[in-house]
Design a binder for this molecule. Structure first.
Ligand SMILES: Cc1cc2nc3c(=O)[nH]c(=O)nc-3n(C[C@H](O)[C@H](O)[C@H](O)COP(=O)(O)O)c2cc1C
Length: 340
């Protein structure tokens, strides 16, 4: 995988201002936080930097009210950025200290992060950190090659270490999940407001605004807003969105549901941190991932998704994983846009 040094967000670890003022150090570390994945690449985070701490705030102006009416995926995205920040802190020699949802009167305050004294990162943490610049959501076809069982076990272990779980579907469960994804696609695509919201985030102008998904990254070349549920994929496939996603699900070497035992902002932040950690581990091992979240997004289908799993709890995200071709990075807004 190639790191493109001319990318506006390219950051070199050589530039860490070790002897600079704390606020400058935080700003440097935040460049890694903003490379986290986020729903529709909405980057729904804001950071308030002070010498001793950084506040991570949810940016409600970037909510996706149709696909994510409870801000569940928005908070998960903030959790992913939080994990990147934690990892960067460790990499540059700080223990890091995190308080989740510290103030009930400020529900948008997701976390406060402090330096937490000196700390030494492990080899595993350093490998994950190196993957931050390389990780991309990969919506292309994956090779017909299994993800090795020991790696799957490791992905499950890191997910659990962050307070979430990863349930891997097998045999008939995969078929049932693929059918549920197709059903959810049909429902979402039949909703004109859903199509509009999606289209707004894959508009070509997004290349300038540095958020959302440019067509090359989304795997979608056109969303016809008014003419009906019609989405064209860039990869060699055709049919309705439901038929395409059903085939993609069944053709994925690994289909897994990331979930939590509870539901609500704290659990969503845990899910987001778990997601970031497992994606970086997968990336470090050459494994790509993308999402088929639709059944978790359609309120009536989420309980049915929960029922088909090997455990109880709340499904948050559906991931497909495997070995795919290289894909380009998506844009990020400059750090200055997300500082308050
Ligand atoms: C909570 C969450 C939900 C997401 N849902 C989807 C999804 O349903 N479909 C999809 O193709 N990508 C999904 N993504 C991936 C984002 O579109 C992707 O992270 C973003 O475009 C930035 O690109 P990158 O991951 O390559 O950096 C999701 C990401 C997050 C964090």
């Amino acid at each position: 995988m190639q790191i493109i040094h001319s990318d506006p967000w390219y950051v070199s670890e050589e530039d860490f201002p070790r002897r600079g003022p704390p606020v400058e150090r935080w700003r440097f570390l935040l460049q890694y936080a903003i490379l986290a994945p986020s729903s529709h690449n909405s980057q729904p985070w804001l950071f308030h930097v002070q010498p001793k701490q950084v506040e991570l705030r949810a940016d409600q102006t970037r909510a996706l009210p149709v696909v994510d009416p409870e801000d569940r995926e928005l908070v998960i995205s903030c959790g992913a950025a939080l994990y990147h920040l934690r990892l960067a802190l460790r990499y540059f020699g700080f223990a890091g200290e995190v308080e989740l949802l510290p103030d009930p009167d400020r529900p948008d305050l997701m976390a406060v992060v402090r330096w937490g004294g000196a700390g030494t990162s492990t080899d595993a943490e350093r490998a994950l950190f190196q993957a931050i610049l390389l990780r991309r959501t990969n919506r292309r076809r994956f090779e017909d090659r299994a993800v090795p069982a020991p790696l799957v076990a490791e992905l499950q272990a890191v997910t659990e270490a962050e307070g979430a779980w990863l349930d891997v579907l097998q045999g008939d469960q995969r078929l049932a999940l693929a059918d549920l994804i197709a059903e959810a696609d049909d429902r979402q695509m039949a909703d004109r407001r859903f199509r509009r919201e999606l289209a707004a985030w894959i508009h070509p102008n997004r290349l300038v605004s540095r958020d959302g998904m440019p067509a090359y990254a989304s795997g979608v070349t056109a969303v016809v807003e008014t003419g009906g549920p019609f989405v064209l994929r860039t990869f060699e496939d055709s049919g309705t969105q439901a038929a395409i996603d059903r085939r993609i699900a069944l053709g994925s070497p690994l289909l897994a549901v990331l979930g939590t035992n509870q539901d609500g902002p704290r659990a969503w932040l845990q899910a987001g941190q778990a997601l970031a950690r497992l994606l970086l581990l997968a990336c470090a091992q050459g494994v790509s991932a993308s999402y088929l979240n639709q059944p978790a997004e359609v309120a009536e289908l989420r309980p049915r998704l929960a029922n088909m799993l090997n455990r109880t709890g709340f499904p948050q995200l559906i991931l497909r994983m495997g070995y795919g071709p290289e894909v380009k990075a998506t844009q990020r807004r400059p750090l200055s846009d997300v500082l308050v």
